[in-house]
Design a protein around this ligand. Sequence first.
Ligand SMILES: [Zn+2]
Length: 280
Amino acid sequence: MGQLPLVLSVLLDEAKRVWGQAPPSWEPCRVEPDELRAAEREAMEGAQFDRLGLKRGVWEAYRAGTARLVCKRLGPLARVVCLLPKGIAEPPWELWARIFAWFGRAADGRPWRVTWFAAPSPRRFPSVGQDLGPEHVNGGYTRPCSTHGIFIYREEEATRVLIHELLHAACLDEQGPAWSIPLREAQIETWAELILVALKSKGSAAAAKRLWTAQSHWVADTNWKARTMNNTQDITDYGWRYLCGREQMYARLGVSLPAPRAAAASVNGSLRFTTPLLEK
Ligand SMILES: [Zn+2]
């Protein structure tokens, strides 16, 4: 196992700092009527990326009494409303507190607002030959440079999606004509994955090496499969922005990826962006 990439060791120092501080504490909160109205509106109308209607399914479960509502507030930093179908656990609150501590206060001073529709619907590769669309890869969205709200709609990889959307919300997208939307997405996703590895490692270099080794193989293998079995060749293919586009962004950061392991990759149906080790 080689050295940790430089960018990751810098992020690890920041993670160590965040984990070394007294933990911010979560308090239960009451869901306000306007928050519920916003959740319902998103569940019913926001289907541009959520083509499977995952949000709507969770909202209907809530209305039918089979999904529970949990609301927590992290001082002035964040407010999180979860809609949890039966059997789905609450988010890893301690880790989420560190994520909000990492990002700090929003520019407008308002708390980051998150609504999580925890649909138990994992990302899966479609049949060989089928193009990848939003229904296969997306799991959340927000408005850039805004505390308007982050909406996450899968249980799987909710923490990775939270970091990805916070990067958008905190106005950290690259600007300028050289940065098309797919390039910006690929870059945001790459940072989200590196920050997730650093935070999950709690500043430990040994843990970061273990997680990065697993994650770098996962990226190489998933991209190989997307490219060879599901037509994800270049920037004009929808899945490129979250998958193969990461290769360019890792290369820019001086991070090399291992060779894909075709035999294992071809039989892995999971279209997670990150190794399941990062979910634990
Ligand atoms: Zn994005």
